[in-house]
Structure formats: structure tokens, C-alpha cells
Design a protein around this ligand. Sequence first.
Ligand code: TXA
Ligand code: MG
Length: 371
Amino acid sequence: MNTKILQVDRVSPDPSAIGEAARVIRTGGLVAFPTETVYGLGADAMKPQAVSRIFAVKGRPPDNPLIIHISRLEELYRIGESLDWRAEELARRFWPGPLTLVVKRSPILPDVTVAGLDTAAVRMPRHEVALRLIEAAGTPIAAPSANKSGRPSPTSAEHVLADLGGEIELILDAGPTDIGVESTVLDISSERAVILRPGGVSREEIEAVIGKVEVHPSALGLLIHGELAPRSPGMKYRHYAPEAKLIVVEGELGKVRSAVQALAECLMKRGLRVGVLGSDGHPYKADVLRDLGPRSNPSEAAKRLFRCFREMDEEGVEVVVAEGWQDESGIGLALMNRLRKASGGAVLDANWLLEELRDSPGRVYTEVIGT
Ligand code: TXA
Ligand code: MG
């Protein structure tokens, strides 16, 4: 299949391009389109066969449900059931925007779209191209991030093409996305409101509207143990990751920087091609260096993160050593979550690492690389 790419203006997209994309959706095809967070891979949410193709093309496990994108509030009330004041207030405050609401679902939705659950995830994206596409298609659009399962989400049309070129009908290219990490997934399908995935809308912003919300333990990005079953099916998979092994070093910033440099040197000395993901322009010595920007600007860091992961792979890096971001406030929670998840749990304490590297670098090497 030849994947067509149409450039569209992000503010006032050409109606004929939108019309062409909408026809692809209506006839059961797949269209990658920009949102304010990341690019999505869209299909008609009401057509089981079209939705099944999303799973096939992404290599996504069938038990991981999709987010349903809408352009008008009435659609929430058609797709969702038993909605209370929280849905109304949250939609009023944050839509269109990077908040996904998990609500009880209506039987009109095909099972495949919601992976057989009795809930559905719904959001109204804040991007002209996405909104006009949904409007023109005349149907809600089911769309996960437009990457191969497990890979970093695409923040540009080039990333989509690299992962899905030749497998989908069309990509609408409106340039790089604004936020760079995905929407916040908030479960309000029961009395307890729980953040299942931190993202573009912060916990503090949500709490200002509906009061205290919980953050699911796995949303902190630490490994889930024992009886703590994941509530969001997506939580149990390694996610957002570069092909390179990723190690995150956490602790006090000065110590983190010493430990990151020491670990990078230890690994390079043993012949590995090492990338360092730093911040503040800190001058690390490594084979490949990328910088998430000033610590004072975590939004900018979030925006750059997935692109940096992909660039590390393009540079042939074998191990990425990344500074941790431990600030749980605002977008910081999402940034921390993505880094830890992408590392698959390889999160090391800076003090511990400095001591180990001093005492037995050989052991650090085997533990870090051998696992
Ligand atoms: O920003 C975003 O949310 C992007 C853009 C394209 O909108 N989409 C996105 O979709 O990130 P995806 O499929 O990559 O992530 C959706 C997440 C998954 O972790 C999934 O498990 C969860 O939402 N989810 C979907 N439906 C759910 C449900 N009914 N209950 C709990 N979690 C659900
Ligand atoms: Mg995804």
C-alpha cells in the first residue's frame, strides 16, 4: 500500500484535504492525524473491521482499548452512560484538550473498540485538524498513538511514516505537536476518580475542578507487584521506549550528573555506544548527547522527549543513560512516568550508583547490561 501524505495548515486546514481524509475514515480506512499531544492513528470507532485494522497495524494487544475522539460534547453523552457532574465540569473546563475521560459505556460501541470492557475512554482533542476531521467524517474516531506498539509516540508526521509507512492509507501532516506527551487518562467510571496515565492536564488542574483524585500506583511508573492488578490495560506493557536500553538515574541533581557521567564512561570503556539524555545544556561526554532543555521548563522537556528517544535510535546508540525528572507536580508527573516506563524499571539511585561504580564497576556493567 502506498501511504499518501497531505500537508495541512494547523490553524486553517485545507477543506479538500480534510474531505479526502474523512472519506478514507468513512470507507473503513486508516488516517494518521495530528492532535495537540501526539499523532493518532484513526479509524471509524463504530466500524469493528476498521478498528481491528488499527490493532493489526500497530501490533497492539487486543485487550488494550482505544481512546474515542469526538468533536462535540453531545457525542460524550451518546457514547457514555451514567455520566455525573464530574464529566460535565471536566469537559467544560478541559475540552477541547489533553484530558481523556474513562466512563461507563453505551452498548452502541463495538466491543473491539473498547476491548470488551464496560467502560470507554473519550476525549475531544484541541487541534483544528483533528476536530475538523472528526466533524467531516461524521463519526467518532478511535485513535491510539500512531506508533508501532511499544515505540515512542510520534510527535511528527515523519515519526508516523517511519513506523507505519506502507501500512496505512493517509497521513495528515501539520508539523510537530505542541505537548509531546499523551493526554491524561482519568477514570471517573466509579465514585473514586483515578489518574490511570498522567499527561497533558495535571493532577492539580483536575483537583481544582473535582477535588481530590488518586494517582494509580503504576502511573508513577514503578513496577507493579503482586495483587495490584492494572486498571488500565495499557499499564502492563513496556511503553514509549527507544530500541536502545534505557537507564534512568534519579536523586539530587548534582549527584545525578556525576553518576550519569560515570556510568556513561564505564559503559563506553567496555565498547558500548552510549547516549546521554541531559538537561540545562550540561556538557556530558558521551557518544551521543541530547538535551531536554532547562530544568525550569518541564513542558519543553516533555515536548522533546519522544523525539530524543527516536534520535538516539537513529544514531545507533545501544544504551541511553538519562537524568531522572522526579518533580511530581504539573507536567512533571507525566515526564517522570514516561521515562520510568520506557526504562522498563531500570531506575537507579545516583548515590548507590556512584558507590557501586567506585567499588565494583564490573558488577555494575553486568547488572546493568546483563539484565
Ligand atoms: O494523547 C493521547 O491520548 C493520544 C492521542 C492520539 O489522542 N492517544 C493515545 O492513545 O495515547 P493510546 O491508545 O496510545 O493510549 C490510550 C490509553 C491506553 O493506556 C489504554 O489502556 C487506556 O488509554 N484506555 C483506553 N480505554 C480505556 C478504558 N476503557 N479503561 C481504562 N483505560 C483505557
Ligand atoms: Mg500509545
